[in-house]
Design a protein around this ligand. Structure first.
Ligand SMILES: [Zn+2]
Length: 627
């Protein structure tokens, strides 16, 4: 669920990176070289190009064809034929360059030490930007065509019909496009405007030093951001406490600098929003994807109306961990000790097959293609890219990279990535290229629906109390981290921008106070909100991709609501869901989800999710009584 790198998100609609949970916890003993992995567990990149030579030929011919775009420059307003021909040429260039990049990059991901594919990836990246430059004039030129004329073109040329949504979406943003001179100035401002984020990254990820800490046995350990995530989950409370104090102590030393970078980023957002005539920074961010402000506000208000289950969860955790006082550093510790559930890849695959049965025959047929047709690169090998992703290559098929390690999380990751892959498979099959890539807002719905169905299947078929406790803990933690915590982030971002927009000065003290109050509100009176947590705002990289994180909460909730409908209603819900997957990016995500059965401007989806959270809390309470 993490954000795509900016370069990639600009060119690839369907490369989805792993969640932190997906990427965590690989064991690195005895990793075999790739040559020792059997072919049946490897993806088949020859489905893109039969050989590197073929790739090279395609590379050369695409590069040679880029100047073809020049014939359309300054002519798009002349006739509907020219406009259509230009859009078709642009599509062809995009499809080809994406495939060229995908082949090189996926080969590189097989083994990052392979210099041949490193070089090919570098060449492909350059070609992508050349392709981008050669087509960059298209959208501004279309926007310059008078509305009436464009309408006439669309009426007279049937071939333009498949670009309807593209035109509509482009025209919608017309009022925010400035004069060429102003656009040029804004483009040059971009680099300067990224300074705050760059400084944050340098300070947080390069210069900041973390202390050595000690566990309860007195063993000293070097703290780092990556290790913090492990330490904070440890059953060793002293280690958790030390890690917590050490990490936030380090951030606290630079709190004024972090306050300055965060304030700088907020001011940047406001500057661009004002320049482009948006009402506010949040409007600018949401309007880009045509998400109404009511959706954003609805997430916050609905979650705020249902904080009681989170407070109850905190109380149960306190009880389960047998603590006199529960502190912020106790929140991440699992309620149950990690039990060793292991599933071979074959067993995991079978579980996924059974769990996804409620999606119907059509889905299962697609699933079988995915599972049996060399889409998936299953196991870790020396030099392989860590984590997991799904990558839909238009005109070929989706590919999935895993580092399957026989844990329940790995089975869940398989279900998750298959969700992305089959979403791509359907949308590529049923949509023209221009509408084939879906937004992030929709993407995580498809993956999380699968994860939810897997969890539901596991809970339905598992009697063993320890395993049930483990599964319930997994789900509750996911809701806490994805719905509650991300909504708290979303609320913070909104408040912060509003304060700056109304002329308040941002200081470290103000940020600390805002963060503290939000934590008290979200986690309730049962927990000691330690003062160290106050500076946590300094540590969140997502605050430099403003108004993004609410989508974690909406995506997760929409998926839970859809899975719930599919399980309860059966076929009608199932058909609506498949139609959603097939619709790709042919309409705004909010509309596509509404057609599938969830209205994200109403509390419905979040309420379904939090009701399930409450129900599992009830069971947790009973299981804890019994154990
Ligand atoms: Zn995902």
């Amino acid at each position: 669920m993490s954000i795509m790198p900016k370069l990639l998100s600009a060119v690839l609609g369907t490369l989805i990176f792993a969640t932190p949970a997906e990427a965590a916890g690989q064991e690195h003993n005895k990793v075999p070289p790739r040559s020792e992995i059997r072919d049946e567990y490897k993806w088949n990149l020859r489905d893109m190009y039969a050989s590197d030579d073929e790739w090279q030929n395609d590379f050369v011919s695409l590069k040679a064809s880029l100047p073809e775009m020049n014939q359309y420059k300054n002519k798009l307003g002349q006739s509907s034929e020219i406009l259509l021909s230009c859009l078709k040429t642009r599509d062809r260039i995009n499809v080809a360059s994406e495939k060229i990049f995908a082949y090189a990059r996926m080969h590189r991901d097989e083994n990052n030490a392979d210099t041949k594919y490193q070089a090919m990836t570098g060449k492909a990246e350059s070609l992508l930007s050349e392709a981008g430059e050669s087509t960059a004039f298209v959208e501004p030129e279309i926007l310059a065509i008078p509305d009436a004329k464009l309408a006439e073109f669309r009426k007279s040329e049937a071939g333009l019909a498949e670009y309807s949504f593209f035109f509509e979406n482009l025209q919608r943003q017309k009022k925010h496009v400035l004069s060429p001179r102003e656009e040029e100035l804004l483009a040059r401002m971009n680099e300067v405007a990224d300074a705050s984020e760059n400084t944050f990254n340098m300070l947080a990820h390069a210069d900041l030093r973390f202390p050595e800490i000690a566990d309860s046995a007195g063993k000293s350990l070097q703290l780092s951001e990556a290790r913090y995530r492990l330490f904070i989950m440890s059953p060793d409370r002293k280690l958790r406490q030390q890690a917590f104090a050490g990490l936030f102590g380090a951030y606290n030393q630079y709190r004024n600098t972090f306050a300055s970078t965060l304030a700088g980023n907020v001011k940047k957002n406001i500057f661009f929003a004002n320049s482009r005539k948006y009402e506010s920074a949040i409007d600018a961010a949401l309007e880009t994807n045509n998400v109404p402000l009511t959706v954003y506000n609805n997430v916050i208000s609905t979650v705020e109306n249902h904080l009681q289950p989170l407070h109850r969860y905190v109380a149960l955790k306190k009880k389960a961990l047998k603590l006199d006082e529960i502190h912020m550093y106790d929140l991440y510790t699992p309620i149950v000790p990690d039990i060793q559930l292991t599933y071979s890849y074959e067993e995991g695959r079978d579980l996924v097959r059974k769990a996804l049965k409620p999606l119907g025959d059509d889905y299962l047929t697609a699933l079988e293609q995915g599972l049996s047709n060399s889409w998936i690169d299953v196991y870790e090998n020396q030099g392989k890219q860590t984590g997991a992703y799904s990558w839909g290559v238009f005109g070929v098929h989706p590919f999935i990279l895993l580092n399957y390690n026989n844990r329940y999380d790995d089975v869940s990751t398989l279900a998750h990535e298959l969700g992305h892959a089959i979403h791509s498979f359907y949308s590529h099959k049923h949509q023209p290229y221009i509408n084939s890539s879906y937004t992030i807002f929709s993407a995580e719905v498809a993956s999380t629906t699968n994860e939810t169905l897997l969890m539901d299947y596991m809970l339905k078929t598992t009697q063993d109390k320890k395993v049930r406790l483990y599964l319930i803990n997994q789900y509750l933690e996911q809701v806490r981290a994805t719905v509650y915590r991300q909504t708290m982030f979303a609320e913070f971002e909104k408040l912060l921008h509003e304060k700056v927009e109304s002329g308040e000065t941002i200081t470290a003290d103000l940020l600390d106070q805002m963060w503290h109050e939000l934590n008290v509100k979200y986690y309730g009176n049962d927990i000691v909100v330690d003062s160290e947590i106050n500076v946590e705002w300094a540590r969140i990289p997502h605050f430099y991709s403003s108004f993004y994180v609410y989508q974690y909460a909406t995506g997760f909730s929409a998926a839970n609501a859809l899975a719930d409908q599919i399980l309860k209603e059966g076929q009608p819900a199932q058909q609506r869901y498949i139609a959603f997957l097939k619709s790709g990016g042919s309409d705004y995500s909010i509309n596509l989800l509404k057609n599938a059965g969830v209205d994200m401007s109403s509390p419905q989806a979040i309420e379904v999710t939090l009701a399930k959270f409450s129900k599992l809390l009830d069971e947790l309470a009973i299981l804890l009584e019994e154990s």
